[in-house]
Design a binder for this molecule. Structure first.
Ligand code: 48F
Length: 269
């Protein structure tokens, strides 16, 4: 075969492997301790992580799947239009997602467009992501204060214990946010240890009650642990809201405000 001019730089396998290992290790080592760890990369967790990072805090987002976005790609019943009720569209404005007003106070956007813009805005704010990483447990300090999370690779967590028997590792943070959705994994862990009242689980659908209540109840559920998104509905027995996302977006914003206030208080103490 005749030698042709190369299009790509003359870089081989070993350089590519070194680049991946080197950059991953450096970042992972740096994020062994953060200001805030957000567990769950759905709409509420993404907004919370983005807003906290925009204030120059160090934020790690832990997500068990390979991809971020949670339920925000699809509106409902496998149809990829997402709705928000006023004032949820203000968050769409902020991340420059186009939408249509379909009736007074109800807006529709394309799920893939809205979700990918939110992910991009979160990364641009400086949030680092540990994907394929599964929450396993909490790290505690004196008086039951939450001071980090214990995690493992998602594939390992899903293998039978008799095969793996592989210990997880711990990541420390000044604050942790439970944005794991319907299952509220972090708060459930507290409840199992008797450090939180039994979880009532979320109630049935009632849009007009649930979104207001979700934003109102978003906040610190235990020292060092903030809840946002559907985890709040599960923790407080609030009704669900189904395929509309304004509550999730504004819950993420409120969680960020609470976190920033706590970080400022900690810095003053
Ligand atoms: O479920 P999810 O989108 O939570 P959300 O931000 O939003 C809820 C809405 O999507 C929808 C709704 C709309 O009205 O009710 O359900 O509250 O995203 C939760 C994310 O957390 C990840 C999960 O993969 C998803 O991306 N997650 C859940 N458990 C774990 C986890 C875990 N143990 N470790 C790491 N990530």
């Amino acid at each position: 075969m005749a030698e042709r001019q190369r299009l790509f730089a003359p870089v081989g396998e070993k350089e590519i492997t070194r680049a991946i290992v080197d950059e991953f290790s450096k970042e992972f080592l740096d994020y062994v301790t953060s200001d805030v760890i957000v567990v769950g990369g759905g709409p509420s967790g993404l907004v919370a992580a983005k807003d906290i990072a925009k204030k120059k805090y160090k934020v790690l987002l832990v997500e068990r799947m390979n991809y971020l976005g949670g339920g925000f790609w699809i509106g409902g019943y496998l149809m990829n239009k997402v709705t928000v009720r006023d004032p949820g569209q203000k968050v769409l404005d902020e991340i420059e997602v186009p939408y249509k007003e379909v009736s007074d106070g109800l807006y529709v956007a394309d799920g893939p467009y809205a979700c990918s813009k939110l992910i991009a805005a979160t990364c641009e704010a400086g949030v680092k992501v540990a994907n394929m990483t599964m929450f396993d447990d909490l790290v505690y300090r004196e008086n039951g204060r939450v001071a980090g999370v214990v995690v493992n690779w998602t594939p390992i967590s899903n293998m039978p214990k008799e095969i793996t028997c592989l210990d997880p590792i711990a990541l420390e943070a000044k604050l942790v946010i439970d944005a794991t959705g319907h299952d509220a994994y972090l708060i459930s862990r507290l409840a199992k240890q008797g450090l939180y009242n039994k979880l009532p689980g979320h109630g049935s659908m009632w849009v007009e009650k649930s979104e207001d209540a979700l934003v109102e109840y978003t906040g610190e559920v235990a020292p060092g642990l903030i809840a946002c998104g559907m985890a709040v509905n599960t923790a407080f027995g609030l009704p669900r809201m189904g395929p509309t996302f304004g509550g999730m977006l504004l819950s993420g914003k409120k969680a960020a405000e609470v976190a920033i206030r706590r970080l400022q208080e900690q810095a003053r103490a």
